[in-house]
Write a protein that binds this ligand. Structure first.
Ligand code: ZN
Length: 260
């Protein structure tokens, strides 16, 4: 397992963690604090403009560990994103058929794949916590994500986000199974699960403030062959989004080194 205690090389920060900032401000804040990798969301990318963003990222030597989210392969390719993170969607309006929702997801990704393969952008299926199964993503475990990847073939992989999968009794086995296929684990997202959690979407914790055993999960991911970044993704309307962004990034660096 890699020693992160003095590292910043493998730290990436998702722009959701720095919600109030524009993409330019986020890049500058990260660079100022020694962080050299980022994962932008499309709203911030769109606002900045893809060409401008590509220049800014290159100027600051930023690795792009992912683009959230959806089907914009050309944008992902233009900024050199290592993967395009799919949040696959939940039930159709009025539906109670989750099996059907999962078939729709499989067929939808299958339809996207030829274009993704042509642009060389890997699609990362991110299983989300089952509390989001109805409205955000009906793929909720590593086992489901692995099954989908097996069914779809080349060009798809998995984003492992500790917030979504920490509770899964089959997590270690699921990560090992993913690791058996070269390059299947495309991203590793970190934050923490707060007790109590006050909001199902916007109350994620900073690493070390909750109950997720992040080092243990990282040891499994690395035992499975993953050598990429640890991407900090913290949706936090009432806490971290209200703080000074430099303090947020400094804390990301400290906790990444001490708690991950
Ligand atoms: Zn994530």
């Amino acid at each position: 397992m890699r020693d992160l205690s003095r590292d910043t090389t493998f730290l990436s920060v998702n722009t959701a963690t720095l919600k109030p900032l524009t993409l330019r401000q986020a890049i500058e804040t990260l660079a100022r604090n020694g962080v050299r990798a980022i994962a932008p969301w499309r709203d911030r990318l769109a606002e900045c403009g893809v060409a401008e963003a590509a220049l800014l990222l290159a100027d600051h030597g930023m690795t792009v560990t992912g683009l959230c989210r959806g089907g914009m392969f050309d944008e992902a390719a233009a900024i050199g994103a290592q993967c395009l993170v799919l949040v696959v969607g939940g039930l159709a309006a009025g539906s109670r058929d989750i099996a059907d929702a999962r078939r729709i997801v499989r067929d939808g990704i299958a339809a996207l794949l030829p274009h993704a393969r042509a642009t060389g952008v890997k699609l990362a299926i991110e299983p989300l916590h089952p509390m989001y199964a109805a409205d955000r993503a009906c793929i909720n475990t590593l086992a489901q994500a692995n099954n989908l990847c097996d069914a779809l073939g080349d060009g798809v992989g998995i984003a492992v986000d500790v917030y979504h999968v920490w509770w899964d009794p089959a997590l270690e086995a699921g990560i090992a199974r993913a690791g058996a296929i070269d390059g299947r684990i495309l991203a590793f997202h970190i934050c923490d699960w707060l007790v109590p959690t006050r909001d199902l979407l916007l109350d994620r914790g900073m690493m070390g403030d909750g109950i997720i055993d992040i080092p243990r999960i990282r040891s499994w991911v690395e035992a499975a062959g993953y050598r990429g970044h640890c991407e900090v993704e913290i949706f936090s309307a009432e806490d971290w989004w209200k703080r000074d962004p430099d303090e947020v990034v400094r804390t990301c660096v400290e906790r990444y080194q001490a708690c991950c």
